[in-house]
Design a protein around this ligand. Structure first.
Ligand code: SAH
Ligand code: SF4
Ligand code: F3S
Length: 467
């Protein structure tokens, strides 16, 4: 009988994409994907360790699988990704029923390791670095019309709070030709939206080439944006210190590059930014953002902010509020500082901010962020926006959900203004114009106007229920 696998993903977009590769490898090895953990023969956890709660969640999940493994000893449990890279042998010390532990640099071996574990018993295999980026691994994409594309792995920065460079290794850019070939292939397969992935995309290419000028992120952005069939290009994350005029220009000049910039702030206090090793001041950050906004009309801006970095004073925190006020973000991901063993900031333990103070600051920050978000979302009401349809909304099968070029979620019934459209014409991957009629801090409501002329229609695989 065909063995069935289930992959659970924690963490960022890189992990989500790595999980698609893990799934691709297991499918290529003859297994079948299942949503049901209870009946799966192989359960893979692709893990994150960026904050402590990510660790705790994984061990919680593993604990719950212990009983299942006792009932069905042939069930194989594999743990890969960043936490596996960090914890190594500790994973099996804390959860002895795990069969395979693999790291961020050897996910290509997952199928072979599972086979080896069936013959020889538990395997822990972690390697330190990739030689080169494995471009040729199979991928089982989560959706048909949009895709992640890795342009760079690892990170050469030294943000003092961050564990990522330790578990993802040094920065390696993929060759531009390899990236373009992948994007062309994706376009040929019907993908119209790509998201370029790297921890620090602005430094793309620094490690490539010698002699001739090596390609930079701006060149890559223009080249990807020009691939026939690609209608939307996104990227994450650019580092504010490396956001160059060339990148800002390339964004503005490539019609396919979406009007959305995720520019992680982390803190608005120069003192904290220096202690974080971020390499910019609040003023410089706002100047880069201003330049991006000046060149790109109608730009949505999102960010990441850490609250309670060691030694953060009330005045430092107020500096963060001041930048948030000035930047007026469309959305912000806010994180409580979490000490990660082995990072420089974790050694500043005598300066940890009391939990109660952090809670209070977080509340004030979220209140401000939401206020701006609502204002930014409300400003869309009345306009018509192009929406890439994702499918029926989770809450109601008669409502469609999709995203605008600014990456805002829009929910809309597939009719409005007198027009109705057949469900199969607006399956996942279709582009439609939607008039925005309502707003909340995290989503928009709208009504269908028309399908977008010239956009390719993608056959729907998910049945839509339209009354
Ligand atoms: N390379 C990306 C970020 C990757 S981690 C970048 O530089 O933008 C994603 C986010 O997690 C970071 O932007 C930061 O806000 C948050 N983060 C990272 N380490 C953290 C820690 N130790 N505690 C709390 N938040 C953290
Ligand atoms: Fe971490 Fe900084 Fe690298 Fe981002 S740029 S992954 S926050 S070290
Ligand atoms: Fe991403 Fe978490 Fe690893 S944020 S890079 S999955 S530590």
């Amino acid at each position: 009988m065909t063995r069935r696998f289930h992959v659970s993903t924690f963490g960022c977009q890189m992990n989500e994409h790595d999980s698609e590769r893990i799934a691709g490898l297991l499918a290529a090895d003859g297994m079948e994907a299942t949503d049901d953990v209870e009946t799966a023969d192989v359960v893979v956890f692709n893990t994150c360790c960026v904050r402590e709660n990510a660790d705790d969640r994984l061990y919680g999940h593993l604990g719950r699988l212990k009983a299942l493994k006792a009932e069905r000893p042939e069930l194989q449990i594999a743990v890969g990704g960043c936490l596996a890279q960090k914890d190594r042998e500790v994973v099996r010390a804390r959860a002895g029923h795990v069969d395979v532990v693999f790291g961020t640099h050897n996910l290509g071996e997952v199928a072979a390791l599972l086979r080896r574990a069936r013959m020889e018993g538990p395997v822990v295999e972690i390697i330190e670095e990739y030689e080169t980026y494995p471009s040729a691994l199979p991928v089982r994409r989560a959706v048909d019309h949009a895709s992640w594309v890795t342009i760079q792995i690892g990170c050469d920065n030294t943000c003092t709070y961050c564990i990522v460079p330790k578990v993802r290794g040094r920065e390696i850019s993929r060759r531009m030709g390899d990236v373009l070939r992948e994007v062309e292939q994706l376009a040929a397969d019907g993908v119209s939206e790509v998201t370029l992935l790297g921890q620090n995309v602005n430094s793309y290419g620094r490690d490539l080439g010698s002699g001739q000028r090596s390609p930079g992120f701006a060149d890559l952005l223009r080249a990807v944006g020009a691939v026939d069939g690609i209608r939307r290009v996104r990227f994450t994350s650019p580092h504010p210190k490396d956001l160059s005029a060339a990148t800002i220009e390339a964004m503005a000049e490539s019609a396919t590059v979406c009007e959305h910039l995720h520019l992680p702030l982390q803190s608005g206090s120069d003192r904290v930014l220096a202690r974080m090793h971020r390499g910019y001041t609040a003023e410089r950050y706002l100047a880069r953002l201003g330049a991006a906004r000046a060149a790109n009309a109608d730009l949505a801006v999102t960010t990441d902010i850490i609250v309670g970095f060691p030694g953060e004073t009330e005045a430092d925190f107020e500096g963060t509020l001041a930048v948030v006020e000035e930047a007026g973000y469309d959305a912000a991901y806010t994180f409580v500082y979490s000490p990660r063993e082995g990072t420089d900031a974790a050694a500043m333990s005598d300066e940890f901010v009391p939990a109660e103070t952090v809670r209070d600051r977080m509340g004030r920050l979220i209140e401000l962020v939401e206020r701006h978000a609502l204002r930014r979302y409300e400003a869309r009401v009345g306009g018509v926006e192009e929406v890439l349809v994702e499918g029926p909304s989770k809450k109601s099968p008669t409502v469609l959900t999709g995203r605008t070029r600014q990456n805002k979620v829009v929910n809309f019934p597939p009719r409005g203004g007198g027009a109705t459209v057949r469900a199969e014409e607006i399956g996942p991957g279709s582009y439609v114009d939607v008039r925005i009629t309502g707003a909340a801090p995290h989503w928009l409501r709208g009504e269908f106007v028309a399908t977008v002329a010239g956009a390719r229609r993608v056959r729907t695989r998910i049945p839509l229920t339209v009354e």
